[in-house]
Design a binder for this molecule. Structure first.
Ligand code: HEM
Length: 407
C-alpha cells in the first residue's frame, strides 16, 4: 500500500493518480476488509464491495444474487421513458427466465467458430488503421486505433454502414454512461435512446424488405418466425451489442499496449513468439481488466465472509481486485506469459459471462499483432496517458505514443 486508502471505499472522487493505478487501494481492502460496507446510496440502501477472488466468483455463481429489475431502475430517472425501455431489455440486466431465452438466441452468433470466420475482416480493418498511423511521428492510440477498430467491427457484424460509426459511437457512449450512473446527463441520453431506437427500427424494416445475412437480419428472422422476441427486445439488443462491444474492447487494446510498452521483456518475448498472443491477451485482461466492477443485488438475506447482506442491498464485485488476488496466481502484479490456466474473471463468471469474449479476444489479438508488426518503433512519450474519470469502465482517454516514423 503506497497511498492512503479512503476509510470508506467510494466510486466517486478518484484522483488521477488512483485512476491510473487503482490496485494498491484494492489491495488494502482485500487484506483488511474484504467484504466492505461502502457509503449508502441516496435512498439509504447499503452498498457492499467484495475484493477477494473466491468471494467474487462465489457471488457471481450464486443465484441468490441477481438483478431483480433494480440495477437500471435505481439509476435511470422515470421520466426517461425511451432510455428505460431500452436498458430494461438489456441481457446484462435480466434474470432468468427472460435472460435464458434472449441469451440462447444470441449465443451461436458469438461462438468461437463464428468469430473465426470474422477474423479476416477484423485483420483487414486493423491493417488499414495501422497503415494510416505508420507515417505519423506521434499518434493517439485511443483515437487512431483502439476506438475505431471495435466500432467498425460491430458495424460490420450488425450490417450497418461504416460511415455511421462516429454518430453511433457518440450516441452509444452517452446512453451507456447514463445507464450505468456514470454521467448525470439524462436529457442527452434520452435523446440518444430515441434516435438509436429510430435508427435500428429503420434497419429492421430494411431487413424485412431486402433479406440480408447480418446479425440484425438474424434477430428479425428469429422474431418473425417464432415470435420469441418482442419489438422492444429486438431494438434493445441491437443497442446493447453496440454499447457492450466497443468501449470495453477499446480499453483492453489501449491498456494492453500500455502494459506491454512498460514491460519490454514481455513485448520482446511476444515479438519473438507471436503465437503466444492469445495467452498474452488473457493475461492482459487479468492484469488490468476494462470492466473493473460488476453489480448484483441480494434477492434474499445472505452471509458473505461473516457479513450479513440483506435482501435488496447492493453488492459490487471488484473484478480488478479479484484478478490481483495472490490466491488466484503468484506474482499477481506482474504480467507473465506462463499462466496456464489463467482463471481470471475479467469477462465475468456465471450466466452473464461476456457474450462477446471470443470476439473481444480476437480483435485484441489481431489488433496488437498488426500494430507491433507495422509500427515496430512504437514507444511511450513522457506524458503518455490520461485516464477517463471512471473506475468501473476503466481506460485511457488518450494514449500518446511516438512511432519513430521517418527516423
Ligand atoms: C457481459 C466484459 C467485450 C457483449 C460482460 C460482462 C463483463 C464483460 C465483465 C459481465 C457483466 C456482469 O456480470 O454484470 C467485457 C470485456 C470486453 C467485452 C472486458 C472486451 C475486452 C464485449 C463484446 C461484446 C460484448 C465485443 C459484443 C459485441 C456482452 C454482452 C454481455 C456482456 C451482451 C451480457 C451477457 C449476459 O448478461 O448474458 N462483458 N466485454 N462484450 N458482454 Fe462483454
Amino acid at each position: 500500500m503506497t497511498r492512503q486508502a479512503p476509510r470508506r471505499f467510494d466510486l466517486r472522487g478518484w484522483s488521477a493518480e488512483d485512476l491510473a493505478n487503482p490496485y494498491p487501494i484494492y489491495r488494502h481492502y482485500r487484506e483488511t476488509d474484504p467484504v466492505h460496507l461502502g457509503p449508502a446510496n441516496a435512498s439509504g440502501t447499503n452498498t457492499w464491495f467484495a475484493f477477494r477472488y473466491d468471494d467474487v466468483t462465489s457471488v457471481l455463481s450464486n443465484r441468490c444474487f441477481g438483478r431483480g429489475d433494480t440495477q437500471f431502475s435505481s439509476v435511470v430517472p422515470t421520466e426517461c421513458a425511451a432510455l428505460r425501455r431500452i436498458v430494461s431489455n438489456w441481457l446484462v440486466f435480466l434474470d432468468p427466465p427472460r435472460h435464458t431465452r434472449l441469451r440462447s438466441l444470441l449465443t451461436r452468433e458469438f461462438s468461437p467458430q463464428v468469430v473465426t470466420t470474422l477474423r479476416p475482416r477484423v485483420a483487414a480493418i486493423a491493417r488499414e488503421l495501422a497503415t494510416a498511423m505508420a507515417s505519423s511521428p506521434t499518434v493517439d492510440l485511443v483515437a487512431d486505433f483502439a476506438a475505431p477498430l471495435p466500432i467498425l467491427v460491430i458495424c460490420e457484424l450488425l450490417g450497418v454502414p461504416r460511415q455511421d460509426r462516429i454518430w453511433l459511437r457518440k450516441q452509444a457512449m452517452s446512453l451507456q454512461q447514463a445507464s450505468s450512473g456514470r454521467s448525470g446527463n439524462y436529457a442527452e441520453a434520452e435523446t440518444a435512446a430515441c434516435e438509436l431506437s429510430d435508427y435500428f427500427r429503420r434497419e429492421v424494416q430494411r431487413r424485412r424488405r431486402e433479406p440480408r445475412e447480418d446479425l440484425i437480419a438474424l434477430l428479425v428472422r428469429a422474431k418473425d418466425r417464432g415470435g420469441s422476441l418482442t419489438d422492444d427486445e429486438l431494438i434493445a439488443t441491437c443497442v446493447h451489442l453496440l454499447t457492450a462491444g466497443h468501449e470495453t474492447t477499446t480499453n483492453l487494446i489501449s491498456k494492453s499496449v500500455l502494459a506491454l510498452l512498460r514491460t519490454p521483456e514481455v513485448l520482446g518475448e511476444l515479438r519473438a513468439n507471436p503465437e503466444l498472443m492469445p495467452v498474452a491477451v488473457d493475461e492482459l485482461i487479468r492484469y488490468d481488466p476494462p470492466v473493473q466492477m460488476v453489480t448484483r443485488w441480494a434477492q434474499r438475506d445472505q452471509v458473505l465472509r461473516g457479513r450479513s447482506i440483506h435482501r435488496g442491498e447492493k453488492l459490487v464485485l471488484v473484478l480488478g481486485s479479484a484478478n490481483r488476488d495472490p490466491l488466484l496466481c503468484p506474482d499477481p502484479d506482474v504480467v507473465r506469459l506462463d499462466r496456464r490456466p489463467n482463471r481470471h474473471c475479467g469477462f465475468g463468471i456465471g450466466i452473464h459471462h461476456c457474450l462477446g469474449s471470443a470476439l473481444a479476444r480476437a480483435e485484441t489479438e489481431i489488433g496488437l499483432n498488426e500494430l507491433f508488426r507495422q509500427l515496430p518503433g512504437l514507444h511511450l512519450t513522457d506524458e503518455p496517458v490520461q485516464f477517463a474519470p471512471d473506475v468501473v469502465f476503466h481506460g485511457p482517454e488518450r494514449l500518446t505514443l511516438t512511432t519513430c516514423a521517418g527516423g
